[in-house]
Ligand binder design. Structure first.
Ligand SMILES: NC(=O)C1=CN([C@@H]2O[C@H](COP(=O)(O)OP(=O)(O)OC[C@H]3O[C@@H](n4cnc5c(N)ncnc54)[C@H](O)[C@@H]3O)[C@@H](O)[C@H]2O)[C@@H](O)CC1
Ligand SMILES: [K+]
Length: 450
């Protein structure tokens, strides 16, 4: 697997900072690297326009003072306004480095470029009107809003968003990405993410941002079955099964069968229709169950039958209603579950914490890879390995999009054999298709975009 951007929580960032810095001077070097790194990017983005830096009382504010002093050195016309006097040693030192005038937040004159250095990973409660009102006024007056580390109002660990927090155009992420850069609704306020390397030690590899997968290897001599045989267990709504089957084909599976319970033949296409009970399921790589399956007794029989097969599976749609509150039913399988929020709640009930916490817990509960779909999709394997996918577009929220995802993920699973890697690859590919589509997207279009 190619290298992915690690994602670190605020607590992990603090520990990494301590481990890297080894004392006060080291911490100061990190702050200097952060503020100066951001200044180098911002000086170019400002393109001669005046800059106003809003500095908070903590170390995010410290980064702001360092940045302002570097911008001044670069010849940029920069002013600083502060919420309160510096509250940490590092912030004090940074304010001394700046040494120029500092105005109160609500008395500063707005400028075309605004830098939000009020709060970063230390935001711990809701923003008062004393902060929010001037912040919004300056942001509305600016042509370009840049945030240091995180936009003020975005929760670093969970992507929550405080009401009325302004939207930024670009965020300079110091060291590593934080979950708040990628999780909704906060991620929508982050704008373009630019990572600024400050020489921080790497975090333990637990959480990453998804990235373009390497193509699954196919041997030049591969037979169609070597490229993966995927079966879709069809039920009440054959259209959904067809979409999944087509997506599995387009996704790269060599052979795709729709297992229709009564052996119904579909339209004459390269998809084979067979009665599910007549298939030699031992020779099948992955079974998809759920898309269009239905929720009646007949569907329940099919669901029980496919679970008994103990094959690798992609589980979606109606399966989460048929097994509501029973995630342990999937425990002994090598499976990928692809619920949306509603289905996730139906299967796992209410779980606490951030989206990452909840999906990790869910994966442990069912012993399988769980993909919680959305603008921000979180994928977790049992044991804690997790990925956030922000490579997607809201236009993917159309009927049938989930059926397509199940098919792509199944193809990837059949070709790669590793559930977590396959889920990450499939989610990326669907997101990528969505990004390349137009706003008139319907699920069928995705098939041609794979
Ligand atoms: N952890 C790291 O590795 C590094 C961190 N740096 C910077 O340090 C930041 C974290 O600094 P801090 O931990 O000092 O935290 P912040 O500077 O984000 O905020 C903490 C301060 O804000 C106050 N506060 C929190 N929520 C508030 C609210 N809603 N209303 C009013 N006041 C509020 C706190 O009481 C505290 O004074 C990072 O985001 C980054 O910008 C960088 O200097 C470089 C290295
Ligand atoms: K900030």
């Amino acid at each position: 697997m190619t290298s992915r951007d690690p994602v670190a929580t605020a607590e992990q960032m603090r520990r990494l900072e301590d481990r890297t810095a080894n004392g006060g001077e080291g911490l100061w070097r990190l702050m200097k690297a952060a503020g100066e790194g951001a200044a180098r990017h911002a000086a170019i983005r400002a393109a001669g326009r005046g800059v106003l830096v809003l500095a908070g009382p903590g170390n995010n504010g410290g980064d702001g003072y360092v940045m302002a002093s570097a911008l001044k050195r670069f010849g940029v016309n920069v002013a600083v306004a502060a919420l309160a006097s510096p509250g940490t040693d590092l912030c004090k030192r940074a304010a001394e480095l700046w040494g120029g005038p500092v105005q109160p937040l609500d008395q500063a004159k707005s400028r075309p470029v605004l830098v939000d250095a009020l709060f970063g990973t230390g935001l711990s409660r809701t923003l008062g009107a004393d902060v929010l009102k001037p912040l919004l006024t300056h942001a509305e007056a600016a042509e370009l809003v840049l945030a240091l580390d995180l936009p003020s109002g975005v929760g670093s660990d969970d992507g929550t968003l405080l009401p009325d927090a302004p939207r930024c155009d670009e965020t300079y992420a110091f060291g590593w990405l934080k979950p708040g850069h990628l999780l909704q609704p906060g991620a929508d306020h982050v704008g373009r993410i630019t990572r600024v390397d400050i020489g921080l030690a790497p975090p333990s590899p637990e959480l990453f941002r998804n990235q373009a997968p390497e193509k699954a290897a196919v041997a030049p001599t591969a037979h169609k079955y070597d490229r993966g045989h995927v079966v879709v267990a069809a039920g009440a709504m054959p259209g959904a099964a067809f979409l999944s089957a087509r997506a599995a084909q387009r996704g790269g599976a060599g052979f795709v069968t729709i297992g229709a319970e009564n052996g119904d033949q579909g339209p004459p296409t390269s998809i084979v229709y067979r009665a599910l009970h007549d298939l030699d399921l031992d020779r099948v790589d992955v079974i998809i169950a759920g898309p269009g399956l239905g929720r009646d007794d007949h569907a329940a029989e099919i669901a029980a039958f496919v679970l008994e097969q103990q094959r690798a599976m992609v589980i979606d749609g109606d399966m989460f209603s048929l097994f509501a509150g029973e995630p342990k039913r999937f425990r002994d399988l090598d499976a990928i579950l692809t619920p949306h929020e509603g289905e996730f709640g139906r299967l796992f009930g209410e779980l606490n914490g951030s989206k990452i916490d909840r999906v990790r817990r869910a994966a442990d509960l069912c012993g399988s890879v769980v993909v919680l779909k959305g603008r921000d999709t979180v994928i977790a394997a049992p044991g804690g390995r997790a990925i956030i996918n922000d490579h997607a577009h809201p236009r993917l929220a159309v009927a049938g999009s989930g059926d397509v995802l199940a098919g792509i993920v199944a193809a990837e699973f059949a070709m790669r054999g590793d559930a977590f890697v396959a889920a990450c690859a499939g989610v990326w590919r669907q997101g990528d298709a969505g990004l390349r589509a137009t706003d008139s997207l319907i699920a069928e279009d995705l098939l041609d975009l794979l």
